[in-house]
Design a protein. Structure first.
Length: 54
C-alpha cells in the first residue's frame, strides 16, 4: 500500500524506504510508552500522532 501510494504521489524511492524503515522504531516507541504509562497502545499511538500534527 505504501509503495502504491508513493508511485501515485510521485514520492522518491529513497523517501519511501526511509519511511518504511522508521515503522519498526515507531512501533517500539509505542510499545515502550504503553508499558511505561500503563495505557493501551492505540491511545499512545493516537497521542503521538496528535503531537506530530500540532
Amino acid at each position: 500500500l505504501i509503495f502504491a501510494a508513493s508511485k501515485y504521489l510521485n514520492i522518491p524511492a529513497a523517501e519511501v524506504t526511509q519511511k518504511i524503515e522508521y515503522i519498526g522504531q515507531a512501533l517500539t516507541d509505542i510499545f515502550k510508552h504503553s508499558q511505561q504509562q500503563n495505557l493501551p497502545t492505540n491511545l499512545i499511538a493516537d497521542n503521538l500522532a496528535q503531537a506530530k500534527l500540532a
